[in-house]
Write a protein that binds this ligand. Structure first.
Ligand code: PLP
Length: 696
């Protein structure tokens, strides 16, 4: 049974049961070709005619054209091609057509990409011009007024997919009329269908593309409205289907399904009223405010569809928020394209002038007019669960002090990283090579754990520490006399394996010793281990922190078991050893079928969840297939986030090797963990390919 709560309806929607039934009927019973003139064909033709008639009534198509196609991207192509072909003909005939192709700054990428493509292919050489929007995401009508006399085509969506912001179509029409603009006007109506009243023929709109899969029809079906008298050029020529406007045998299952949705809209008995939808949004927003302190909404609620929320949370990346929601099985999307490294800011939020942290950290939560009370209530409970998980991990402020963490923490596991050495017993820690990007995170962590930072040290001289010191306030002793590496002048000392004395700071039972990496070399390294009386023998050095070039210099003072923790981790290795052993062999990847066999064959195998602690905490029980499998023979998954991998790897390497099966959401992080362990010489490390997403 799925416990998933789907709140990503602006990306795509589930299929309405009536639409599914209509699609099945179209495939199983009325499977004819609507162009055939026999009875089987006529039955199929009836589907097509009914669906079109419904759309014509619902959208107020009047004398305009309404054709079915594959979706909005195709509708946009057809509109742009139609407009640009006609513009070229008019220009060739000596008419002035204007010089600009104007499109709203927040349009779906399909719009500027199509404009650029057809402008180039048709050799029009018009200038693409991005119409600015204000801080609410609404088109700047004064700018449009200035541009309109030069505009050959204007493209302005009805409602935005990232923010739900509704355009002032009447205002745009008025500007075009006032300025006497002859521009052809396309309005992308994808997000408006079923949410805004449309009466197309009564407007000046020339082209209006729609998409089925955004409103409970399947993917691969859409519609295009073209105003009566607006220029039209078919995109696809062939057998003359759709009255010669769009050739190719029709996608009958898709059209039947879309027809069922349109008829439900027309009947008005299936979907929530807008009042109910506003109520749902208010409840989700209240839950977000309560669970995620400081949350800011990026879309103005009074100017947006009630079905879209777009928000950012100070100190949290969109990746972290996505991960925690996904663990809680709440499907949302990053408002921005989220690559594995850094999130690319959302161009929509950028266009609204939002600060980078908000446009790069945005999350979109969207539901459709089919949403029900129970789903919204369940979503609110899950949001609370996510908040609690993030609080327990010190990622958002919490009134209560969290359970103290111990050991090593690697921050910013992608590329650049900072390290923290934590000692729960003494509630103190040392920060190594803090990056400016991690200041807020370290500060939040230290405050939430109520730790005292004993030292902030770096492997290079004069690395910036001021920001972190400032942020830490009373959690760091500013009076401490330090050298240009942040190393305290009053540190004690230990004797290293090569007989040299090294300055050392005690942290609970362990020490952090400072090593100069060669004469004239500016690099420093730090060794962490438990001293024996006044010395730190090589075998006792568990970790060495340094920039890669310094590793050579550590041979004499560390052992083959010492984990080298790089202060820059572009290779995503987390930690390594002096002589790495192997990379991931093919047998290290297990798919979910192979996993059950593997677990049966290896009763001592352990399942290791490498998702971060907040994801582990937010995971809804029972964790479907995977834990069911593991729990069946008494095995529960243990949580070892990638940020804690170095700490655990060191312990695993000391103990007898038993199989470790790493898993995460998609198989990406677990693969890196298995790779790391194998490189360290731990051969029995495996990764569940496809992750929990495919196992469940
Ligand atoms: N326009 C908007 C506003 C959209 O949200 C989308 C879908 O992401 C599209 C166009 C493209 O639609 P389709 O997937 O039907 O090609």
């Amino acid at each position: 049974m799925t416990t998933e709560i789907y709140l990503d309806s602006n990306a795509t929607s589930v299929v309405l049961p009536a639409a599914l039934a209509a699609a099945i009927d179209a495939m199983a019973q009325r499977y004819g070709n609507p162009s055939s003139t026999h009875a089987t064909g006529l039955k199929a033709r009836a589907i097509l005619d009914e669906a079109r008639a419904g759309a014509v009534r619902l959208l107020g198509v009047g004398a305009g054209r309404l054709m079915f196609n594959s979706g909005a991207t195709e509708g946009i192509q057809t509109s742009v091609l139609s407009a640009l072909v006609s513009l070229r003909e008019r220009r060739d005939a000596g008419a002035a057509i204007g010089t600009l192709l104007v499109y709203g700054a927040t349009e779906h990428k399909a719009v500027p990409e199509s404009l650029a493509h057809w402008n180039r292919l048709l050799g029009l050489n018009l200038t693409l011009y991005k119409l600015p929007v204000d801080q609410d995401g609404v088109h700047d009508l004064a700018a449009l007024r200035a541009l309109a006399p030069q505009a050959a085509m204007v493209c302005t969506m009805a409602a935005n997919n990232e923010t739900g912001v509704v355009s002032d179509l009447d205002g745009i029409a008025a500007v075009l009329a006032d300025t006497g603009s002859a521009a052809l006007w396309m309005v992308d109506c994808v997000q408006a269908l079923g949410k805004l009243q449309l009466d197309l023929a009564s407007t000046r709109i020339d082209y209006a593309p729609f998409s089925g899969h955004k409103l409970y029809a399947p993917k691969g079906v859409g519609m295009l409205y073209v105003r009566a008298g607006a220029p039209f050029t078919p995109l696809i020529m062939g057998g003359g289907q759709e009255g010669g406007q769009r050739s190719g045998t029709e996608n009958m299952a898709g059209i039947a399904a879309f027809g069922a949705v349109l008829s439900a809209l027309e009947r008005g008995d299936t979907f929530r009223t807008s009042g109910e939808l506003y109520g749902f949004r208010a409840r989700l927003a209240d839950s977000l405010r309560a669970a995620l302190p400081g949350v800011v909404f990026n879309n103005p609620f009074d100017k947006a569809l009630p079905t879209t929320l777009n928000f950012s949370v100070p100190g949290l990346s969109s990746r972290e928020l996505m991960d925690v929601f996904d663990a809680a099985e709440v499907r949302v999307s990053a408002g921005s394209a989220c690559s594995s490294a850094k999130a690319t800011p959302s161009y929509v939020l950028d266009a609204m002038g939002l600060p980078l942290w908000r446009s790069a950290g945005a999350i979109r939560m969207s539901f459709g007019p089919l949403a029900d009370e129970a789903t919204i209530a369940a979503a609110c409970a899950r949001i609370e669960r996510c908040g609690a998980a993030l609080r327990a991990s010190c990622l958002i402020p919490s009134a209560r002090t969290a359970v103290p963490h111990d050991g090593l923490l690697q921050l910013g596991v992608e590329g650049a990283c900072s390290w923290m050495v934590l000692d729960a017993a003494s509630r103190s820690c040392i920060v190594i090579d803090p990056l400016p990007d991690h200041v807020a995170r370290i500060e939040a962590y230290v405050r939430c754990q109520n730790y005292q930072v004993q030292a902030i040290v770096s492997t290079l001289p004069n690395a910036g520490r001021a920001m972190l010191i400032e942020a830490l306030g009373r959690h760091f002793n500013r009076q401490l006399e330090v050298d240009q590496y942040g190393w305290p002048q009053n540190a004690g000392g230990v004797t290293l394996d090569n007989g040299a004395r090294a300055a050392a700071i005690a942290l609970g039972a362990q020490v952090l010793a400072c090593v100069h990496c060669g004469a004239g070399d500016e690099l420093r390294a730090y060794l962490l281990g438990t001293p024996q009386s006044q010395s730190l023998p090589a075998a006792a050095v568990r970790f060495a922190f340094s920039a890669r070039p310094a590793w050579q210099a550590l041979h004499a003072v560390s052992s083959a078991q010492t984990l080298l923790c790089p202060t820059r981790d572009e290779l995503n290795q987390f930690c390594t050893i002096a002589e790495p052993v192997a990379t991931l062999a093919a047998d290290a990847q297990l798919n979910s079928n192979a996993l059950s066999e593997f677990l049966q064959a290896h009763p001592d195998a352990r399942l290791v969840d490498v998702r971060e602690a907040y994801e582990f905490a937010a995971t809804v029980a029972p964790l479907a297939a995977l834990t069911a499998l593991a729990a069946a023979d008494g095995r529960a998954a243990i949580s070892v986030p990638l940020s804690r991998l170095a700490e655990h790897a060191s312990a695993w390497l000391q103990a007898e090797q038993t199989p470790l099966v790493f898993f995460c959401r998609s198989g990406n992080r677990s693969m890196k963990a298995a790779q790391c362990l194998r490189r360290l010489g731990y051969q029995q490390a495996y990764s569940l390919s496809g992750g929990l997403a495919l196992a469940a």
